[in-house]
Design a protein around this ligand. Sequence first.
Ligand code: GLN
Length: 556
Amino acid sequence: MHAFLILKLVSQYYLIKFKRVKNTKYVFVTGGVTSSLGKGIIAASLAKLLQERGYSVTIQKLDPYINIDPGTLNPYEHGECYVTNDGAETDLDLGHYERFLNIPTSQANNVTTGRIYQSVIDRERRGDFLGKTVQVIPHITDEIKHRIQILGNTGDFDIVITEIGGTVGDIESLPYVETVRQLKWELGEHNAIVIHLTLVPYLAAAGELKTKPTQHSVKMLMQSGVNPDILVCRTERHLTDGIKRKLALFCNVQKEDVIESIDAETIYDVPNFMFEEGLDEVVLKKLRLSDDRKPNLNAWNNFLRKHKNPKHTVKIGLIGKYVELQDAYKSINEAFIHAGSTNEINVDLHWIHSENINKSNVKNKLKNLHGILVAPGFGERGIEGKIQAVKFARENKVPFFGICLGMQIAVIEFARNVLDLQNANSTEMDEHTEFPVISLMEEQKNISNKGGTMRLGAWDCKIEKKSNVFKAYKTQLISERHRHRYEFNNEYLKQMADAGLVATGINPETNLVEIIEIPDQPWFVGVQYHPEYKSTVLNPHPLFVAFVRACLDAKK
Ligand code: GLN
């Protein structure tokens, strides 16, 4: 017993002595003047620079809306819903974080007001507040504080960057700004800083850059008790020294704390721009962290160089129903940029609305393309146009890539036009179809709550060696992220395979089909999962890389 106790004490001593528990520092990013200034890109660029200086960094997004998560939001309103490995449906900014940092995020990286209130109300019902009145301050702000520090308390990060969604002055943002005020105070100087992102507009009529909106926005922030430590100013024209000095004077910061963020040709230029402006350096100085090691952006700049100097161009049609808002397919768009750069190919994406495609115009609309991608989606609208697009790709041997719904459409098209199963469909579109080639699994059928039936997050898939996907992945076991409800109906597996559409990827536990291919075609791949979520600057997704290359081969 004695010996055991001594052993335990000794081991604890060494654990404390040698485990490098990090003293996590916090950077808050707020926004003023207007929305859409690109807080997410600034946060991701700063994180990239700090990461390349050797710091471990993560980024978190706090969203001030009342939805529990963006899963149920219309893509027209909010852009794409990004899915993490742990199956969280999150804001699309998390996609930027992963693409820039090349490390996965999780549910903890995205918190909404809905989620905050839900957990406070759940605790109130459990009686956790001992008869107290539950209020925004301290109960909601405490919960926000707790959520901000979950990542910091893991001990894995030197720096946690927290992006506060919305604009300072919005009613919804108030509890968050108040939390930042409290945390800054509690954590103390050099442990938490605030970067405020604003707009410095250029007035053509006056021929001048205007600082007043920034002054007002900083004033608004200060009314809530928060002094910004650094200003990042979005602008179309370079800020003169005079403008920087003026901003510094009016906004309580030093001139070197005023950082210009000029419009960039691509978001991937922003880390370099921020480095030139010294953003990472002032952040480190204010956090009392060493800036000895300079960021190593070699790999990043190699990507940029190839992206900007392509040797070829391919035209790829993206067939979807949310094409009016390109943010709805953000990750697909970015995955093509990564894959294009790897291949030194400029991918010229043509966004084509599936509702505008029909039997008589399909040839005209698609004939000049070197590849066709049918996008993910939900519901019946635009389905027939997508089926026509797949048929055109198959009959003309145009490289085809179907993602999620796009894969399901490829199966439906094959069933209808090759197997001659008239009106074959997914039960999502036609519940009583005679040939449900895509359907719910038996065990899903009794779940009435829609959210409950979704397959979300990372699942394994085993790949057939003789396939185009194996050539791309170069490994047999992969894991990819899902967000769908319906599945390939295995009752049709044999019939399809006999006619030439084979399942080349299967989930080893459930036997669900993950990948289909038509080996007789140059490159015809449909995947039930979303490969686009895992594509990053430094790790372009192998299927996008292979598809883009197949499109170039088709062009030649
Ligand atoms: N609507 C289809 C399903 O739920 C596909 C979803 C998607 O493309 N993400 O299965």
